[in-house]
Design a protein around this ligand. Sequence first.
Ligand code: ADP
Length: 174
Amino acid sequence: MKLKVEKGDITTFKIDAIVNAANTSLLGGGGVDGAIHRAGGPEILNSCKKIVAEQGGCKVGEAVITSAGKLPSKYVIHTVGPVWNGGTNDEAQKLANCYINSLKLVIENNCKSIAFPNISTGIYHFPKEKAAEIAVETVNDFLQDHKNIEEVIFVCFDDENFDLTNNELKKLDQ
Ligand code: ADP
């Protein structure tokens, strides 16, 4: 199976790229964003600042790539998930776009493996079950057309996301 789920802290993963659930400013925040910048050191923030100077941040659903500083991964892909606003603001498509645009950067940068956190399910309050469904379906669809990606890991920080993601992965086997 190319798709896996693990529990843990994404900053510890030795993999081609880890994904950060960033915000539009790209200048750091709480949750996984804070953890990545704390563990990776100032190099990541400096790379983000260069991107901000060039293109003025990152829109919801889009993604940018930087070096990973002191982290064991090669790259950090920063994507901006939607804030949950009841579901009427195209949140589902925006969340799917985070996964698609992150995976496009994986291909463009000749990476083979990537780890995702449960984007938008923390401070942005996206319902976890729906987010897990979108994450697994979107990544699985993308991999059908991009056979050179070897491994995608959903790194869950809490038991609820771990169980929900596991359930979605089991549905793919049926
Ligand atoms: P968002 O603003 O997109 O909701 P958060 O960082 O608040 O982003 O939360 C996204 C998910 O990342 C949540 O499920 C949260 O539990 C999880 N998370 C927080 N810290 C880490 C970490 N170090 N590694 C992996 N996942 C994490």
